[in-house]
Design a protein around this ligand. Structure first.
Ligand SMILES: C[S@@+](CC[C@H](N)C(=O)[O-])C[C@H]1O[C@@H](n2cnc3c(N)ncnc32)[C@H](O)[C@@H]1O
Length: 333
Protein backbone atom coordinates (compact mmCIF):
# COMPACT_ATOMS: atom_id res chain seq x y z
CA UNK A 1 0.00 0.00 0.00
CA UNK A 2 1.23 3.48 -0.86
CA UNK A 3 0.61 4.71 2.69
CA UNK A 4 3.32 2.31 3.85
CA UNK A 5 5.88 4.23 1.78
CA UNK A 6 5.05 7.66 3.21
CA UNK A 7 7.85 7.71 5.77
CA UNK A 8 10.37 7.03 3.01
CA UNK A 9 8.78 9.25 0.30
CA UNK A 10 8.28 12.26 2.58
CA UNK A 11 12.03 12.60 3.12
CA UNK A 12 12.31 14.12 -0.38
CA UNK A 13 9.55 16.69 0.15
CA UNK A 14 9.53 17.64 3.84
CA UNK A 15 11.76 18.88 6.61
CA UNK A 16 14.23 21.66 7.26
CA UNK A 17 15.79 21.64 3.78
CA UNK A 18 12.34 21.94 2.19
CA UNK A 19 11.41 24.76 4.54
CA UNK A 20 14.62 26.56 3.56
CA UNK A 21 13.56 26.11 -0.08
CA UNK A 22 10.17 27.69 0.69
CA UNK A 23 11.88 30.58 2.48
CA UNK A 24 14.17 31.23 -0.47
CA UNK A 25 11.99 30.54 -3.49
CA UNK A 26 8.40 30.58 -2.27
CA UNK A 27 7.98 32.70 0.89
CA UNK A 28 4.39 33.34 -0.18
CA UNK A 29 3.53 29.76 0.90
CA UNK A 30 4.81 30.28 4.45
CA UNK A 31 3.21 33.74 4.59
CA UNK A 32 -0.20 32.38 3.56
CA UNK A 33 -0.11 29.68 6.27
CA UNK A 34 1.04 32.22 8.89
CA UNK A 35 -1.73 34.60 7.89
CA UNK A 36 -4.39 31.90 8.39
CA UNK A 37 -2.76 30.95 11.69
CA UNK A 38 -2.94 34.59 12.88
CA UNK A 39 -6.58 34.70 11.85
CA UNK A 40 -7.38 31.47 13.78
CA UNK A 41 -5.41 32.42 16.91
CA UNK A 42 -7.24 35.75 17.08
CA UNK A 43 -10.45 33.74 17.59
CA UNK A 44 -9.11 31.65 20.48
CA UNK A 45 -8.43 32.20 24.18
CA UNK A 46 -4.74 32.08 25.24
CA UNK A 47 -2.95 28.72 25.43
CA UNK A 48 -5.05 26.66 23.03
CA UNK A 49 -4.78 22.88 22.64
CA UNK A 50 -3.74 22.22 19.05
CA UNK A 51 -3.96 19.16 16.79
CA UNK A 52 -2.10 19.14 13.46
CA UNK A 53 -3.39 16.48 11.04
CA UNK A 54 -1.01 15.39 8.27
CA UNK A 55 1.68 17.20 10.23
CA UNK A 56 4.62 15.25 8.76
CA UNK A 57 7.77 17.23 9.51
CA UNK A 58 5.66 20.42 9.93
CA UNK A 59 7.46 21.94 6.96
CA UNK A 60 4.96 24.76 6.50
CA UNK A 61 3.52 24.86 10.03
CA UNK A 62 5.65 27.11 12.31
CA UNK A 63 5.83 24.71 15.26
CA UNK A 64 8.49 26.90 16.92
CA UNK A 65 5.91 29.68 17.07
CA UNK A 66 3.11 27.45 18.40
CA UNK A 67 5.03 25.72 21.22
CA UNK A 68 5.40 28.83 23.42
CA UNK A 69 1.74 29.76 23.13
CA UNK A 70 -0.03 26.38 23.22
CA UNK A 71 -1.07 24.32 26.22
CA UNK A 72 -0.61 21.10 24.23
CA UNK A 73 0.22 20.20 20.63
CA UNK A 74 -0.54 16.80 19.09
CA UNK A 75 0.84 15.91 15.66
CA UNK A 76 -0.98 13.18 13.71
CA UNK A 77 0.48 11.45 10.65
CA UNK A 78 1.56 8.02 9.45
CA UNK A 79 5.11 9.38 9.11
CA UNK A 80 6.56 8.81 12.57
CA UNK A 81 10.09 9.81 11.48
CA UNK A 82 8.87 13.12 10.00
CA UNK A 83 6.99 14.03 13.19
CA UNK A 84 10.02 13.06 15.31
CA UNK A 85 12.15 15.40 13.18
CA UNK A 86 9.68 18.25 13.70
CA UNK A 87 9.64 17.69 17.47
CA UNK A 88 13.43 17.45 17.69
CA UNK A 89 13.76 20.71 15.77
CA UNK A 90 11.83 22.59 18.47
CA UNK A 91 13.05 20.54 21.44
CA UNK A 92 16.30 22.42 22.09
CA UNK A 93 15.12 25.96 21.62
CA UNK A 94 11.52 25.98 22.76
CA UNK A 95 10.93 23.54 25.61
CA UNK A 96 11.26 24.86 29.17
CA UNK A 97 9.68 27.90 30.79
CA UNK A 98 7.56 30.37 28.88
CA UNK A 99 7.77 34.11 29.57
CA UNK A 100 4.70 33.87 31.85
CA UNK A 101 6.17 31.01 33.94
CA UNK A 102 4.23 28.15 32.28
CA UNK A 103 6.07 24.91 31.57
CA UNK A 104 6.34 24.52 27.80
CA UNK A 105 5.46 21.00 26.79
CA UNK A 106 7.08 19.07 23.99
CA UNK A 107 4.59 18.36 21.19
CA UNK A 108 3.48 14.73 21.09
CA UNK A 109 3.11 12.56 18.00
CA UNK A 110 0.36 10.07 17.17
CA UNK A 111 1.14 7.67 14.34
CA UNK A 112 -2.28 6.98 12.88
CA UNK A 113 -4.14 6.63 9.61
CA UNK A 114 -6.44 9.65 9.39
CA UNK A 115 -8.86 7.75 7.14
CA UNK A 116 -9.42 5.03 9.73
CA UNK A 117 -7.82 2.35 7.54
CA UNK A 118 -9.40 3.01 4.13
CA UNK A 119 -6.33 1.76 2.19
CA UNK A 120 -6.40 -1.54 4.10
CA UNK A 121 -10.16 -1.94 3.59
CA UNK A 122 -9.86 -1.26 -0.14
CA UNK A 123 -6.93 -3.71 -0.42
CA UNK A 124 -9.05 -6.40 1.25
CA UNK A 125 -11.85 -5.78 -1.30
CA UNK A 126 -9.43 -5.85 -4.23
CA UNK A 127 -7.96 -9.14 -2.95
CA UNK A 128 -11.35 -10.80 -3.48
CA UNK A 129 -11.68 -9.80 -7.17
CA UNK A 130 -11.25 -12.62 -9.69
CA UNK A 131 -8.45 -11.08 -11.81
CA UNK A 132 -8.26 -13.12 -15.00
CA UNK A 133 -5.75 -12.82 -17.81
CA UNK A 134 -7.35 -11.41 -20.97
CA UNK A 135 -10.41 -9.96 -19.20
CA UNK A 136 -11.76 -6.94 -21.14
CA UNK A 137 -10.63 -3.67 -19.51
CA UNK A 138 -14.21 -2.43 -19.01
CA UNK A 139 -15.02 -5.61 -17.04
CA UNK A 140 -11.95 -5.27 -14.80
CA UNK A 141 -12.67 -1.58 -14.21
CA UNK A 142 -16.36 -2.23 -13.44
CA UNK A 143 -15.28 -4.77 -10.79
CA UNK A 144 -12.80 -2.25 -9.32
CA UNK A 145 -15.52 0.42 -9.32
CA UNK A 146 -17.72 -2.01 -7.35
CA UNK A 147 -14.88 -2.57 -4.85
CA UNK A 148 -14.49 1.20 -4.39
CA UNK A 149 -18.20 1.66 -3.73
CA UNK A 150 -18.20 -1.27 -1.29
CA UNK A 151 -15.22 0.06 0.72
CA UNK A 152 -16.40 1.53 4.01
CA UNK A 153 -15.07 4.98 4.81
CA UNK A 154 -15.32 5.51 8.58
CA UNK A 155 -17.04 8.84 9.19
CA UNK A 156 -17.11 10.46 12.63
CA UNK A 157 -20.44 12.09 11.79
CA UNK A 158 -22.04 8.65 11.92
CA UNK A 159 -20.11 6.74 14.57
CA UNK A 160 -17.51 8.80 16.43
CA UNK A 161 -13.91 9.18 15.24
CA UNK A 162 -12.68 6.13 13.37
CA UNK A 163 -10.69 3.32 14.86
CA UNK A 164 -7.36 3.56 13.08
CA UNK A 165 -4.80 1.46 11.34
CA UNK A 166 -1.28 2.40 12.46
CA UNK A 167 0.34 2.37 15.85
CA UNK A 168 -2.01 4.81 17.46
CA UNK A 169 -5.65 5.72 17.65
CA UNK A 170 -6.74 9.22 16.83
CA UNK A 171 -6.99 11.74 19.67
CA UNK A 172 -10.33 11.81 21.49
CA UNK A 173 -13.08 14.03 20.07
CA UNK A 174 -13.91 17.45 21.48
CA UNK A 175 -10.47 18.16 22.95
CA UNK A 176 -8.86 20.76 20.70
CA UNK A 177 -9.27 24.52 20.41
CA UNK A 178 -7.45 24.54 17.07
CA UNK A 179 -7.33 21.69 14.55
CA UNK A 180 -5.12 22.19 11.50
CA UNK A 181 -5.59 20.03 8.41
CA UNK A 182 -2.09 20.49 6.97
CA UNK A 183 -2.41 19.83 3.22
CA UNK A 184 -3.34 16.20 3.79
CA UNK A 185 -6.86 15.90 2.33
CA UNK A 186 -6.03 14.93 -1.25
CA UNK A 187 -3.51 12.30 -0.12
CA UNK A 188 -6.21 10.60 1.93
CA UNK A 189 -8.02 9.50 -1.23
CA UNK A 190 -5.22 9.68 -3.83
CA UNK A 191 -2.98 7.10 -2.15
CA UNK A 192 -5.64 4.32 -2.01
CA UNK A 193 -6.56 5.16 -5.63
CA UNK A 194 -2.87 4.81 -6.58
CA UNK A 195 -2.93 1.35 -4.96
CA UNK A 196 -5.51 0.49 -7.61
CA UNK A 197 -3.22 1.83 -10.35
CA UNK A 198 -0.41 -0.37 -9.00
CA UNK A 199 -2.63 -3.46 -9.13
CA UNK A 200 -3.95 -2.69 -12.61
CA UNK A 201 -0.41 -2.15 -13.86
CA UNK A 202 0.60 -5.52 -12.43
CA UNK A 203 -2.20 -7.26 -14.39
CA UNK A 204 -1.66 -5.33 -17.64
CA UNK A 205 0.48 -2.19 -18.06
CA UNK A 206 -2.19 -0.75 -20.43
CA UNK A 207 -5.00 -0.96 -17.85
CA UNK A 208 -4.11 2.18 -15.84
CA UNK A 209 -4.54 4.24 -19.02
CA UNK A 210 -7.92 2.63 -19.78
CA UNK A 211 -9.28 3.91 -16.48
CA UNK A 212 -8.90 7.55 -17.61
CA UNK A 213 -11.65 7.08 -20.21
CA UNK A 214 -13.86 4.67 -18.29
CA UNK A 215 -16.95 6.55 -17.04
CA UNK A 216 -17.99 3.79 -14.62
CA UNK A 217 -14.60 3.77 -12.92
CA UNK A 218 -14.27 7.57 -12.94
CA UNK A 219 -17.70 8.05 -11.33
CA UNK A 220 -16.90 5.49 -8.60
CA UNK A 221 -13.49 7.10 -7.99
CA UNK A 222 -15.12 10.52 -7.52
CA UNK A 223 -17.75 9.10 -5.14
CA UNK A 224 -14.92 7.52 -3.15
CA UNK A 225 -12.91 10.78 -3.11
CA UNK A 226 -15.95 12.68 -1.90
CA UNK A 227 -16.76 10.21 0.89
CA UNK A 228 -13.15 10.39 2.13
CA UNK A 229 -13.13 14.21 1.90
CA UNK A 230 -16.39 14.63 3.81
CA UNK A 231 -15.28 12.15 6.49
CA UNK A 232 -12.10 14.23 6.96
CA UNK A 233 -14.11 17.44 7.38
CA UNK A 234 -16.31 15.62 9.90
CA UNK A 235 -13.16 14.54 11.74
CA UNK A 236 -12.01 18.17 11.99
CA UNK A 237 -15.36 19.12 13.45
CA UNK A 238 -15.41 16.14 15.84
CA UNK A 239 -11.96 16.93 17.27
CA UNK A 240 -12.85 20.53 18.11
CA UNK A 241 -13.79 21.61 21.61
CA UNK A 242 -16.68 24.10 21.97
CA UNK A 243 -15.52 27.51 20.72
CA UNK A 244 -12.68 25.97 18.70
CA UNK A 245 -11.75 26.68 15.09
CA UNK A 246 -10.07 24.70 12.31
CA UNK A 247 -7.57 25.72 9.65
CA UNK A 248 -8.20 23.78 6.47
CA UNK A 249 -5.28 23.79 4.02
CA UNK A 250 -5.41 21.80 0.79
CA UNK A 251 -3.79 21.49 -2.59
CA UNK A 252 -6.22 21.81 -5.50
CA UNK A 253 -4.18 21.59 -8.73
CA UNK A 254 -0.65 20.27 -9.30
CA UNK A 255 1.50 21.60 -12.16
CA UNK A 256 4.66 20.23 -13.74
CA UNK A 257 6.99 23.14 -14.60
CA UNK A 258 9.28 23.16 -17.61
CA UNK A 259 12.90 22.52 -16.55
CA UNK A 260 13.95 25.98 -17.78
CA UNK A 261 11.35 27.84 -15.64
CA UNK A 262 12.97 30.76 -13.85
CA UNK A 263 11.94 31.06 -10.21
CA UNK A 264 13.03 34.35 -8.66
CA UNK A 265 14.09 34.14 -5.01
CA UNK A 266 11.80 36.01 -2.63
CA UNK A 267 9.15 36.71 -5.28
CA UNK A 268 5.65 35.22 -5.54
CA UNK A 269 5.60 32.45 -8.18
CA UNK A 270 4.65 33.98 -11.53
CA UNK A 271 1.33 32.76 -13.01
CA UNK A 272 3.13 32.76 -16.38
CA UNK A 273 5.63 30.01 -15.50
CA UNK A 274 5.67 27.51 -18.42
CA UNK A 275 3.72 24.37 -17.45
CA UNK A 276 4.20 20.96 -19.04
CA UNK A 277 1.06 19.45 -17.51
CA UNK A 278 -1.55 20.17 -14.84
CA UNK A 279 -3.67 17.80 -12.76
CA UNK A 280 -6.67 18.85 -10.67
CA UNK A 281 -6.27 16.83 -7.50
CA UNK A 282 -9.38 18.28 -5.85
CA UNK A 283 -12.13 18.68 -8.49
CA UNK A 284 -15.21 20.66 -7.43
CA UNK A 285 -17.31 17.51 -8.02
CA UNK A 286 -15.37 16.00 -5.10
CA UNK A 287 -15.37 19.07 -2.87
CA UNK A 288 -16.61 22.50 -3.93
CA UNK A 289 -14.64 25.24 -2.17
CA UNK A 290 -16.00 26.81 -0.11
CA UNK A 291 -19.61 25.68 -0.79
CA UNK A 292 -19.18 22.13 0.56
CA UNK A 293 -17.59 23.40 3.76
CA UNK A 294 -20.59 25.53 4.61
CA UNK A 295 -22.79 22.54 5.55
CA UNK A 296 -20.72 22.06 8.70
CA UNK A 297 -18.77 25.29 9.14
CA UNK A 298 -18.90 29.03 8.72
CA UNK A 299 -15.88 30.87 7.35
CA UNK A 300 -13.82 33.05 9.67
CA UNK A 301 -12.28 35.85 7.60
CA UNK A 302 -11.57 35.46 3.93
CA UNK A 303 -10.31 32.19 2.37
CA UNK A 304 -6.97 32.42 0.65
CA UNK A 305 -5.66 30.90 -2.59
CA UNK A 306 -1.95 30.84 -3.42
CA UNK A 307 0.74 28.79 -5.12
CA UNK A 308 3.36 26.66 -3.42
CA UNK A 309 6.55 25.14 -4.75
CA UNK A 310 7.07 21.43 -4.12
CA UNK A 311 10.21 21.03 -6.19
CA UNK A 312 12.34 23.60 -8.01
CA UNK A 313 13.19 22.87 -11.66
CA UNK A 314 16.87 21.99 -11.92
CA UNK A 315 19.48 20.26 -14.08
CA UNK A 316 16.99 19.47 -16.84
CA UNK A 317 14.39 18.11 -14.38
CA UNK A 318 10.89 19.63 -14.31
CA UNK A 319 9.72 21.43 -11.17
CA UNK A 320 6.42 20.95 -9.36
CA UNK A 321 4.11 23.64 -8.02
CA UNK A 322 0.64 23.49 -6.49
CA UNK A 323 -2.37 25.74 -6.36
CA UNK A 324 -3.32 25.79 -2.69
CA UNK A 325 -6.42 26.92 -0.84
CA UNK A 326 -6.94 27.62 2.84
CA UNK A 327 -9.57 28.92 5.22
CA UNK A 328 -10.32 29.24 8.92
CA UNK A 329 -13.52 27.39 9.80
CA UNK A 330 -15.86 27.60 12.75
CA UNK A 331 -18.21 24.63 13.22
CA UNK A 332 -21.95 25.26 13.01
CA UNK A 333 -23.45 23.68 16.11
C1 LIG B 1 1.61 16.95 1.49
S1 LIG B 1 2.08 16.38 3.06
C2 LIG B 1 1.63 17.73 4.05
C3 LIG B 1 2.77 18.59 4.29
C4 LIG B 1 3.38 18.36 5.67
N1 LIG B 1 2.55 19.01 6.64
C5 LIG B 1 4.78 18.86 5.66
O1 LIG B 1 5.35 19.04 6.68
O2 LIG B 1 5.38 19.01 4.60
C6 LIG B 1 0.80 15.25 3.50
C7 LIG B 1 1.05 14.53 4.81
O3 LIG B 1 -0.06 13.66 5.01
C8 LIG B 1 0.43 12.43 5.51
N2 LIG B 1 -0.58 11.39 5.18
C9 LIG B 1 -0.96 10.96 3.96
N3 LIG B 1 -1.92 10.04 4.09
C10 LIG B 1 -2.16 9.89 5.40
C11 LIG B 1 -3.06 9.08 6.16
N4 LIG B 1 -3.90 8.23 5.57
N5 LIG B 1 -3.06 9.20 7.51
C12 LIG B 1 -2.19 10.06 8.12
N6 LIG B 1 -1.34 10.85 7.46
C13 LIG B 1 -1.32 10.77 6.11
C14 LIG B 1 1.77 12.24 4.83
O4 LIG B 1 2.62 11.37 5.55
C15 LIG B 1 2.29 13.68 4.79
O5 LIG B 1 3.06 13.98 5.92
Amino acid sequence: MRIERLEHENRRTQGLAQRALYQRLCPEHLRAVSHLLDCALAELPPHPRIAILGAGACTEIPLERLVPLARAIVLVDLDAAGMAEAITAVAHSEIGQSGDGRTLRRPTAVTADLTGGVSARLAARLDTLPWEAGQPPAEVLAAVAGALDATTVPDPSSAGPPATAGDGTLPSPGRFDLVISAIVLTQLFSLPLLDIVDRLHHIDPQLPLARDDDPVYQAAANRFRRRVALAHLHLLRALLAPGGVAIFLTDVVGHLLAPNSAIRPGQPLSPDLPKLASLTVLPSAVLALPADLLTDFSLVGVPRAWQGLAQAPQRGQPGRIFDLWGAVLRPLR
